[in-house]
Design a protein around this ligand. Structure first.
Ligand code: PAF
Length: 281
């Protein structure tokens, strides 16, 4: 696996691949890779001839009091894991490569509507940061397909809209959530949890599955949401939200909507965890 750090180096490799008619996949990540990320690489391999992974802890998507400084950075282990998963090229830019004018002075890409609710409401500016860096990565890597985890469901919708609205000819592929044995969705932030917190955090997945079951049993939505919040609180989590939304656009569902998504964000101590489950009625 080749590793490049500068934009022009990435551009040059992609040029050669484009001229050779290769189908290129991009898997953007913030590093500290776990089995969930490796599943994205596997999916990318199935969809393309060559796979690029980027590892970049993007400063513009972190709020001023969030964990940017302490976000785990493990580039050597990431490179080894990516090579083993069948990645062809690792793009490892510095802040000065993706933000030549500085992160605070960057051109911003802002996606309306979808970003005003849930994660967007709790983390103002977060999705502008995500959309901005993903647009930059799309421009540099010029992939035919890009793979994102479904765990960040709202992010996935934001990126689909970004790609369609700005006319990127890129297929956006959602990769299924990979879970620990106890059902906890894999996340780099899980390592902030001690053993007891990790065990109790499995209540998130239990709550999601109960939401699915109760919605399919035609229980009133507000009741289902309130019960999920109660379950989380009982397990020692502090829920930010536990809601059912329309899967297509995160709007409050009407009784006719059949494709829903249950979404939970909850804090365990200092650690914020998110998870979701698609519900087909
Ligand atoms: O999902 C992530 O890890 C990040 O939000 C992404 C898409 C790599 C952008 O920094």
């Amino acid at each position: 696996m080749e590793i490049v750090r500068r934009n022009n180096e990435l551009y040059a490799v992609v040029d050669v691949w484009q001229r050779a008619g290769k189908r290129i996949a991009l898997v953007p990540t913030m590093g500290n890779l776990h089995a969930g990320h490796h599943s994205l690489i596997t999916l990318a391999r199935e969809r393309a001839d060559v796979v690029i992974a980027s590892v970049f802890v993007n400063p513009t998507q972190f709020g001023p009091h969030e964990d940017f400084a302490r976000y785990p950075r493990t580039p050597d282990a990431d490179a080894a894991g990516l090579a083993a998963s069948g990645c062809d090229l690792l793009f490892l830019p510095g802040v000065e490569d993706l933000y030549p004018y500085g992160a605070d002075r960057s051109v911003r890409v802002s996606v309306p509507e979808l970003t005003g609710v849930l994660e967007g409401a709790i983390r103002p500016g977060h999705f502008d940061g995500v959309a901005t860096v993903v647009a930059k990565l799309f421009n540099l890597a010029r992939p035919h397909v890009a793979v994102f985890g479904q765990k960040d469901y709202q992010q996935l919708l934001v990126i689909r809209r970004l790609a369609r609205d700005l006319g990127y000819p890129i297929e956006i592929v959602a990769a299924p959530i990979v879970r620990e044995e106890n059902g906890l969705a894999m996340s780099s932030r899980n390592q902030y949890l001690d053993a007891d917190q990790r065990a109790r955090a499995s209540a998130i997945n239990v709550a999601l599955r109960a939401m699915d079951e109760h919605m399919r049993g035609a229980r009133p939505r507000q009741e289902v949401e309130a019960e999920a919040s109660r379950r989380l609180t009982e397990a020692g989590l502090q829920p930010d939200y536990a809601v059912i939304r329309r899967a297509a656009d995160l709007a409050e569902p009407s009784p006719d909507d059949r494709q829903l998504v249950a979404l939970i964000a909850a804090r365990m101590g200092q650690t914020r965890l998110i998870d979701n489950l698609l519900i087909d009625l």
